[in-house]
Ligand binder design. Structure first.
Ligand code: NAP
Length: 298
């Protein structure tokens, strides 16, 4: 596949030498059903990663609790030794018991073990960026101090195991609390065309040059469905998911995309989303999606 020069332009994480294309890739979909166990076709998962990197993607989002361990092992198999400039962002704060459920894992022992699990399964000596993923429902973050886990990550950063720190599933107050402890280079929260709880936070982070990385950019496990989105896409000769991504790229310059897919065809579709420029009229129509009664489900 030809190198795509666009990929949404570039972004440098603040205070770092890490520059990525704004169009990245989220690896969660590479594990088995329910993000648990191995995928049905491991070779297809490897192919998606190889295709993404060949197309110029240099920002991959993952976690060792995807699988668990399996997604990182697939990344290592597909891409190690990693090409220069590839930024792998991982996250800590959950664990997956044998029943496949998602449980918080934020004690010092659990966080330290998770850092070492990520290092081992990715085949790295240090992790570029680690997000502390706060516990709480996926739809809205819950207030509560995150000082303990963030302080521990800052210690691990001083030890050289982590290069930079981000936070995930957090409120504005929790971002500020983390920033009082350590520089924060990115925030990863639930946000998309239909779920705009973080509009004010995105603007505040943009003023500070901090990356905002929406998870579920396409709606997550049940991708976005909206007649408005489909209508705008049809007029532009695009697929609806491409317009959902183009909207995010136009929404704010500090937004970095990590759409997830297990399919090379969907990956190819997503990677060219930046070529669609949305007119003020299209943006106004799409702004109405969040106000619609049922625009997305999870
Ligand atoms: N911090 C957190 O708490 C958190 C939570 C969730 C996710 N994440 C991260 O965010 C990343 C993105 O989230 P996500 O993967 O859950 O959700 P997403 O990117 O919003 O959507 C993924 C879903 O959309 C489908 N899809 C992708 N491209 C498509 C296309 N062009 N046309 C139609 N369907 C398409 C995928 O199915 P196919 O596989 O069939 O393409 C999959 O079902 C994850 O990979 C993960 O790294 C973080």
């Amino acid at each position: 596949m030809a190198i795509l020069p666009v990929l949404g332009g570039r972004f440098t994480f603040p205070g770092t030498s890490l520059t990525v294309h704004r169009m990245g890739y989220g690896a969660m979909q590479l594990a088995g059903p329910g993000v648990f166990g191995p995928p049905k076709d491991p070779d297809a998962a490897v192919a998606v990663l190889c295709e993404a990197v060949a197309a110029g993607v240099n920002h991959i989002d993952t976690s060792d609790f995807y699988g668990p361990h399996i997604t990182n092992q697939i990344i290592r198999k597909a891409l190690h030794p990693y090409p220069a400039g590839l930024v792998i962002v991982t996250k800590l704060g959950a664990r997956r018991p044998a029943d496949g459920s998602w449980r918080p894992a934020s004690s010092p022992q659990e966080l330290i073990a998770a850092v070492h699990d990520n290092l081992r399964n990715l085949g790295l000596d240090a992790l570029d960026i680690v997000n502390y993923r706060a516990p709480g429902a996926i739809h809205e973050p819950a207030e509560g101090s995150i000082a303990g886990p963030v302080t521990l990550l800052a210690d691990l950063r001083r030890q050289g195991l982590i290069r930079h720190i981000g936070v995930s599933n957090v409120t504005a107050a929790q971002v500020a609390e983390a920033q009082a402890i350590t520089p924060v280079v990115c925030v990863q929260n639930h946000y998309n065309l239909a779920h705009r709880h973080d509009d004010a936070l995105i603007a505040d982070l943009a003023r500070q040059g901090i990356a905002y990385v929406p998870f579920f950019p396409l709606g997550g496990f049940t991708p976005l469905q909206s007649s408005t989105l489909s209508g705008v896409a049809a007029r532009l000769g695009a697929a609806p998911m491409q317009i959902a991504l183009a909207w995010l790229l136009q929404r704010s310059p500090n937004i970095l995309l990590i759409p997830g897919t297990s399919s090379v065809a969907h990956l190819r579709e997503n990677l060219v989303a930046a070529q669609f420029t949305l007119s003020p009229q299209a943006l106004a129509e799409l702004d109405g999606v969040a106000a619609a009664p049922v625009a997305a489900g999870h």
